[in-house]
Ligand binder design. Sequence first.
Ligand code: PPS
Length: 349
Amino acid sequence: MEEIFKNSKASSSSSSSALVKDQEEMNKKIEEFIATLPVESDGSALFYQFKGCWYPNLFSVLTIQGTITADLLFKAQDSDIILASTPKSGTTWLKSLIFSIVNRKRFPPNKSPLLTTHPHILIQFLEIGHYRNGNIPRNLDQLPKPRLFATHSHYASLPRSIRHSSCRIVYICRNPLDNLVSLYHFRRSFGKNQPEMDTMYENYSRGLTDFGPFWDNILGYWQASLDKPEEVLFMKYEDLKEDIVFEMKRLAKFLGFPFSVEEENEGLVEEISSLCSFEILKNLEVNQTHKPYREGGVSANAFYRKGEVGDFMNHLNPSMVENLMKITQEKFAGSGLVFKYSLNKLHNS
Ligand code: PPS
């Protein structure tokens, strides 16, 4: 794979026609490389396996193409903030929170761009957004600092410059049962011909899911958060649901934007948490529409469904629940990682 860009000048050429030609050449090489990778269908979409991660091929967006391009060309800055997540684990929520915390001096909650802009536009993914389909963005240097990016990649597959910089990474994940159910509904919002729950469950259990295996995605960041706690913050959807104020303060401190005593006394933490709450965001016009949140993207409202812990009980049968919890327990054995499956009960997983 390293050979792909060896002689490429795509990131440094000066004339635009040369850039386009370089980009086309790179994309061709990447496409040829992708054709050599293991590929599987989940009954509806194709998935390519690269460095142990299953990359979905959705909406003609070759996610893996974006991943490889970002790996080779993205130049991280130490002040960057990277939001990483397993899909359907609270990414949209955390995008809203991080954007609001970091930009609170520029945008107080009542003037927040979140009121009129989808969170996925305010913080874009590297592989699915900026670099999707092998696009090479030219304007990332002009983004306000700290620059905010998102990714679903495994820790080991993050763009190399992120791994070699000291930018801050915030990771969020969620218990696998609610995660699977959320993913199931998300896929149904794509239209007909999506896998039924039985099929999704089978695929999920053997690791074939967006940016899966689910457990590997989590364990990479979990280990990184133990090794480098000042650079990687590990968060869980259930913890945010349980105590948003505590989690927001933890997040803000980690990001280098701690809330001052005055801000706390003024109720700013609660104001931001309220702005970013499921009830408020879901009901904003910008998030209610069926229209794609960006060209070629998913419907804006597909990112807001129920927003609860424990909804799996309404969708998975007892044997699915038991089996997924057992797999999770085995995969996380010895790691110290546990998930909450309801907000009152703590299961060892
Ligand atoms: S994605 O596609 O990876 O960006 O999806 P992601 O945002 O990670 O996950 C979507 C689920 O998160 C719920 N959601 C929220 N929960 C609480 N608060 C807020 N503000 C919020 N915004 C989105 C969303 O409803 C999905 O969960 P389910 O269980 O399907 O409702």
